[in-house]
Design a protein around this ligand. Structure first.
Ligand SMILES: [Zn+2]
Length: 75
């Protein structure tokens, strides 16, 4: 969901939802739903650092560039 600045990270931030039985005699279930988290909270893989890093942003002209906060390389 790029418009909202959110990404869905699978396996992370799972929200357990309890589903009620729709009919009598049916079992309710618990399902895990990945919840959207803000992209700024997600570590991105930096090939230069060789690990997941926090991202920063740099504005160049009218472009917003995503950079690694550690080595300042563009990601
Ligand atoms: Zn880096």
């Amino acid at each position: 969901m790029p418009k909202e600045g959110k990404v869905v990270v699978e396996g992370l931030n799972l929200v357990k939802k309890h589903l009620r039985p729709k009919r009598q005699g049916e079992k309710g279930e618990i399902i895990a739903v990945p919840r959207a988290v803000y992209a700024c909270n997600v570590a991105l893989w930096c090939p230069t650092c060789g690990k997941g890093v926090r991202v920063g942003y740099r504005i160049e002209g009218d472009k917003k560039l995503r950079i690694c906060k550690k080595c300042q390389q563009l990601i």
